[in-house]
Design a binder for this molecule. Structure first.
Ligand SMILES: [Zn+2]
Length: 301
């Protein structure tokens, strides 16, 4: 409970409008349209909400740009937003503070967008029943998330069902095209093992025939042990891996050290857990960039 309430005195309404430019919210946090207010726990969900709701909804992102969402802590103002939203979008098991606030404040107006997806086990977690939350890195999962959001928004705001359905079809078409590009782009690669900062890429790997080797496990902040770094260095040498991927929101120190030790190079592979501050990118543009990075790094023809 403490983490939810300690920020009470600060009470700065650190609201972040949907960074894709779709969906709308003013700086002051006052909704700009009369439609439903959707709280999105982190960027890809804000993107999905924006694509489905367009300018018919207000989107509030809980994770600020540049912030790392795994260990997000919520201010009292954010908990109040969760309580008063028309719909809260989240992935259960990804952000403990959001899980807790949703259970207490939004049980009747929240959607765990991973509920109907085929989930992969969390490979490195201590708990066997834990699942991997990084579902959004498979575009077909994003299409399914969009459909779930459209269906739920139509219940919240039936008058706009037609628009939500049309936007759902548009998002599904975009994600299908993106999926086709990935299938073609990763069909013939010299190396099928990708060494990544943290294990965010299982869904992407499963969809396109790549296997991730995570340096620091499921959470980006987990400090890798010296023995884990040694193991990964051995895999890099044995498999002739040329590129070690690091990510935008996390210190690349370990990836760089490993690259120096093994003679590999580093490249940014973005798990799209959040946007950098002032980013003009979207889920789709980052996914396209990731594909180009993977094709170069994995030696794909
Ligand atoms: Zn992650």
């Amino acid at each position: 409970m403490k983490s939810l309430w300690t920020a009470l005195t600060a009470s700065a309404l650190a609201l972040t409008a949907c960074a894709s430019g779709q969906g709308s919210l003013t700086e002051s946090g006052v909704p700009t349209v009369s439609g439903p207010t959707v709280v999105a726990a982190f960027y890809p969900l804000a993107y999905a909400a924006g694509r489905i709701g367009g300018d018919r909804i207000n989107v509030i992102g809980l994770t600020p740009p540049g912030g790392e969402p795994h260990d997000l802590e919520l201010s009292a103002a954010q908990v109040a937003q969760i309580a008063s939203a028309d719909l809260v979008l989240y992935v259960k098991g990804y952000q403990p503070a959001v899980d807790e606030a949703v259970a207490q404040q939004a049980a009747d107006h929240s959607l765990d967008v991973s509920a109907d997806l085929a989930l992969l086990p969390a490979a490195s977690a201590a708990d066997d029943s834990a699942t991997d939350p990084h579902v959004w890195l498979n575009p077909l999962n994003m299409a399914a998330i969009g459909s779930a959001v459209a269906s739920r928004l139509s219940t919240v705001d039936p008058a706009n069902t037609k628009a939500f359905t049309a936007n759902d079809q548009s998002l599904t078409a975009s994600m299908s095209t993106l999926n086709d590009t990935y299938v073609a782009g990763l069909a013939n690669c010299r190396s099928t093992q990708m060494v990544v900062s943290h294990e965010a890429f299982a869904y992407l790997g499963a969809a396109y025939g790549l296997r991730q080797v995570g340096i620091s496990g499921l959470s980006p902040d987990a400090e890798p042990s010296p023995s884990r770094i040694k193991d990964v260095a051995e895999i890099v040498a044995r498999e002739g891996i040329s590129t070690i991927y690091y990510e935008t929101l996390v210190d690349p120190k370990v990836a760089r050290t490993l690259a120096d030790e093994t003679g590999a190079v580093t490249a940014v592979l973005d798990p799209i857990e959040g946007l950098m501050a002032d980013s003009t990118q979207t889920y789709e543009t980052i996914m396209a960039q990731n594909l180009a990075t993977l094709r170069a790094g994995q030696g794909c023809a």
